[in-house]
Ligand binder design. Structure first.
Ligand code: GDP
Ligand code: MG
Length: 233
């Protein structure tokens, strides 16, 4: 993945210049987005097997075991939508969930898990890099990080790459139920401080799938991405 992200930083994002016109202006759109409408469409080993690259996609990325599948289930209000696993490194495919009207949630392969054969790792990290680099319908990136171990090298690479391409980022600090309220806000502030320095469109939110903490805030940010883009099309 590092390779892909490093050598393809200049993603063509002219459309985002248009977005500046709409910055902070709430869309008047009549279409309300409901993430709970999500239905599983396909698991693709690479981008060639994905649905046509049109419409709007919001992708979820993070280290294996960060809580990606659990977060997708929580945000869509569907317990078994994205499979959650106690064995890290299982989700190697690009999973697509339609929410209707040519809008999709994308569960990307997890990265950074050491205990898998190198060949396997290379293959699915290539799929991740290729998706991020080439997918024109990608309009927002949710980066999930365990609140107890945020901002690892690969997380930072990914966030920096997104900022370079003017892609808005929601940093979800997962499993926040594992920390006390005090420690939670300390971690959120620490992460905000680091990410603010990147000068991108980055939001930071503590999140727990177990307790549904932060799910309303995350839902609202993601739905705004879907509707803001719609306004500019
Ligand atoms: N305590 C707690 N555990 C969680 C939470 N979210 C996920 N987990 C656990 O973390 C592990 C990995 O979750 P999963 O969603 O499969 O991670 P993924 O590999 O990123 O898709 C599972 O054992 C989950 O039960 C959370 O909000 N709180
Ligand atoms: Mg998963």
């Amino acid at each position: 993945m590092l390779f892909y992200l490093f050598f393809n930083k200049k993603r063509n994002r002219k459309r985002y210049n248009k977005l500046l016109l709409f910055q902070r202006v709430k869309p008047l759109s009549s279409t309300t987005i409901h993430l709970s409408k999500a239905t599983f469409t396909i698991s693709a080993p690479d981008i060639r097997k994905l649905p046509e690259d049109s419409g709007i996609e919001v992708a979820f990325a993070g280290r294996s075991n960060a809580g990606k599948s659990s977060a997708l289930n929580t945000l869509t209000n569907q317990k078994g939508l994205a499979r959650t696993s106690k064995t890290p490194g299982r989700t190697q495919l690009i999973n697509v969930f339609e929410i209707g009207d040519n809008k999709r949630l994308i569960d990307l392969p997890g990265y950074g898990f050491a205990k898998v054969p190198l060949e396997m790792k290379k293959k699915w990290q290539a799929a991740l890099g290729e998706y991020l680099e080439k997918r024109q319908s990608l309009k927002g990136l949710v980066v999930l990080m365990d609140i107890r171990h945020p901002l690892k090298d690969l997380d930072m690479d990914l966030i920096e790459w997104a900022v370079d391409g003017d892609l808005p980022v929601l940093a979800l600090l997962t499993k926040c139920d594992k920390l006390s309220l005090g420690k939670r806000s300390t971690e959120v502030l620490k992460v905000k401080k680091v990410l603010d320095a990147l000068n991108g469109d980055i939001r930071v939110q503590a999140f727990s799938s177990l307790k549904r903490t932060g799910s309303e805030q995350a839902d609202s940010i993601i739905c705004d991405w879907f509707t803001e883009e719609q306004e500019t099309e």
